[in-house]
Design a protein around this ligand. Structure first.
Ligand code: TXA
Ligand code: MG
Length: 324
């Protein structure tokens, strides 16, 4: 666990103040770096969408310091309480129906009557949320559609220039974005796979999850075809490097950078032991590193579709999807 130094404490205080003033701040979470603004302030939220070049139909996740603060914003369900008690603080976001007259501005929710909530575990993020004292909406701190940053070295300089503070706390532990679960009904629906896996959720709840994500896997849980884009941000092309990406590669082709999974002779290895958590933590870092070398393409070895491997494959499928 990373503790804040006294310099960091001052920076966290300044950052909390900046958020209250409607400014943008980049901060660490245990998943990826986020870029946050005050959730109640439509002008600040509009600035955030513009800075990321993010379509305004893609709603933001509301970050709160505690379960009580988060649940004061929504109509809760038994399932939501069970999930929050098991996995918060931590890398999970819960979608629930918003209360009427919510302090979260409509733009942050992209006009939906639902809202995604997250109580992060990262200590610096926790301190920041407590300093700010208000809900903070925070997407990943990358230009829309590009790779998420798991280290300040990955940050886009134009985006950094638009922020009042940038809090550097080294590499993010989990390395991929939170698991998003729709908990409005009795059955948990996984809208985005992430560090908390469907089997962890099923083991804890003793019930099956439904998967709204297009991951194709023989081991994936029951699939449903979403009637409408339930998570509007789940566009086919996302998390994309500049170079084209080739999945399930068994060998390197001319001009490619090869990212392996415990693969001899790979340019980079997500893991040298086959550990999926380690692979997830390294995923965006290695894609950033590979992309920086301007290869003709980035080839990635097959990743087992079990545990957090499902989330890794989902991110890779989106990164490999044709860009529009
Ligand atoms: O780990 C994370 O979740 C990171 C860190 C910074 O907390 N944040 C993050 O935010 O990944 P972003 O904006 O990159 O992804 C948010 C996702 C989008 O796919 C969006 O569509 C979905 O959450 N989302 C937000 N509100 C929603 C809602 N009401 N219903 C369904 N999906 C929602
Ligand atoms: Mg993102």
């Amino acid at each position: 666990m990373i503790f804040a130094s006294s310099n960091q404490n001052k920076m966290i205080e300044r950052a909390g103040h900046a958020i209250k003033q409607g400014e943008l701040v980049i901060f660490p979470t245990e998943t990826v770096y986020g870029i946050g603004v005050a959730a109640h302030n439509p002008a600040a939220v509009a600035k955030l969408y513009a800075a990321k070049n993010r379509p305004q139909f893609n709603p933001l996740i509301v970050h709160c310091a505690s379960k009580d603060a988060a649940f004061s914003l929504v109509k809760t369900t038994k399932l939501a309480h069970q999930l929050a008690d098991a996995f918060w603080p931590g890398p999970m976001s819960i979608v629930l129906t918003s209360i009427k007259n919510s302090p979260i501005c409509s733009l942050a929710r992209a006009g939906l009557d639902s809202v995604a909530l997250r109580v992060p575990a990262n200590i610096i993020c926790q301190e920041l949320l407590q300093c700010a004292g208000i809900p903070v909406v925070a997407p990943s701190a990358n230009p829309s559609g590009r790779l998420s940053p798991t280290d300040v070295a990955h940050l886009d300089s134009a985006l950094m220039a638009k922020c009042a503070e940038i809090i550097d706390a080294g590499k993010c532990e989990a390395g991929i974005e939170s698991t998003i679960i729709d908990a409005r009904k009795k059955v948990p629906v996984i809208l985005r796979p992430g560090p908390i896996t469907h089997s962890q959720i099923e083991d804890y709840l003793g019930t099956k999850c439904v998967h709204a994500s297009p991951v194709s896997s023989s081991t994936s849980p029951t699939s449903i075809a979403p009637m409408a884009p339930i998570a509007p941000g789940q566009l086919a092309s996302h998390y994309a490097p500049i170079a084209p990406l080739r999945m399930n590669a068994t060998r390197k082709q001319e001009g490619e950078i090869f990212i392996g999974f415990n693969t001899p002779h790979a340019d980079f290895n997500l893991t040298k032991t086959g550990n999926l958590e380690e692979a997830a933590a390294h995923l965006f870092d290695m894609l950033h590193l590979a992309d920086k070398q301007n290869p003709l393409a980035i080839a990635v070895a097959p990743i087992p579709k079990i545990g957090v491997g499902e989330a890794i494959n989902e991110r890779l499928e989106r990164a490999a999807a044709p860009k529009n």
